[in-house]
Design a protein around this ligand. Structure first.
Ligand code: GLN
Length: 246
């Protein structure tokens, strides 16, 4: 008899825990990112940190929403959003016209541009025009990939991660790497054998992506971003990640 009570109580407890974890899951937002994009998202030990991480945590606080990060390859982010594996993307993602066909973007939160990394003894490449006939490393699905793949007579070598493209450049497997300015600057600062070239490429606006149908969430996120910009939090994050000599 006593045994039976214990068994029934255990079953009830297990069901309750399962129910609680399920219902928690339902009101949690899964935030997709690609933690390979310093200083926006990167790993420090087993933690994902960075400007985007702090920004979305502030948004979550304002909209009173539990979030959990899901780290994946950059080119897997949009499909994961569509298939509801994640609910939001923050990954230094440029709000391009093409991507806007599939997702909604928040108001932009950062402006950037493409830059070119070359080996320090390379004097032929000083801008996009000199990439003709060259092997150019890009990361699959990044805007740098889209730009270079459209250039005629440039041999685009696509890598799965920024670090892989930079390794290929250091070992001279490619002549240049085209990458967003901020992570490129980090690689330049950490590698004496690299040179960083600024370009006059178009301005790219980073924004938070959500599913087309999640219009209520979009509004909440935009309102939260406005609050963050107005109450000084945004400036504090810019200072922390861009001016404090990270
Ligand atoms: N801004 C670039 C893009 O949207 C790169 C983003 C990233 O690598 N995280 O494609």
């Amino acid at each position: 008899m006593f045994k039976k009570i214990i068994i029934i109580t255990s079953i009830l407890l297990i069901s309750l825990i399962a129910f609680m974890s399920c219902s928690k899951k339902e009101n949690k937002l899964y935030v997709g990112t690609n933690a390979e994009f310093v200083p926006f998202e990167y790993r420090e030990g087993d933690q994902i940190v960075g400007f985007d991480v702090d920004l979305i945590n502030e948004v979550a606080k304002i909209i009173k929403q539990d979030i959990e990060f899901v780290d994946m390859a950059f080119d897997g982010l949009l499909p994961a959003l569509q298939s509801k594996k994640i609910d939001i993307i923050i990954a230094g993602m440029t709000a391009t016209e093409e991507r806007k066909k599939f997702v909604n973007f928040s108001e932009p939160y950062y402006n950037s541009q493409q830059s070119i990394l070359v080996h320090k003894d390379n004097n032929d490449i000083i801008g996009f025009d000199n990439l003709e006939g060259k092997n150019v490393g890009v990361v699959l699905g990044y805007t740098g990939d889209l730009i270079v793949s459209e250039m005629s007579n440039v041999n685009a070598q696509k890598y799965g991660a920024t670090s892989e493209a930079v390794i290929a450049l250091k070992s001279k497997k490619v002549d240049a790497v085209v990458l967003d300015y901020e992570p490129a600057k980090q690689y330049f600062n950490q590698n004496d054998d690299l040179k960083l070239i600024l370009t006059d490429s178009v301005n790219e606006e980073y924004a938070i992506a959500m599913r087309k149908e999640d219009t209520e969430l979009l509004k909440k996120v935009n309102d939260a971003l406005n609050t963050i910009k107005e109450n000084g939090t945004y400036d504090m994050l810019i200072e922390k990640y861009f001016n404090a000599g990270l």
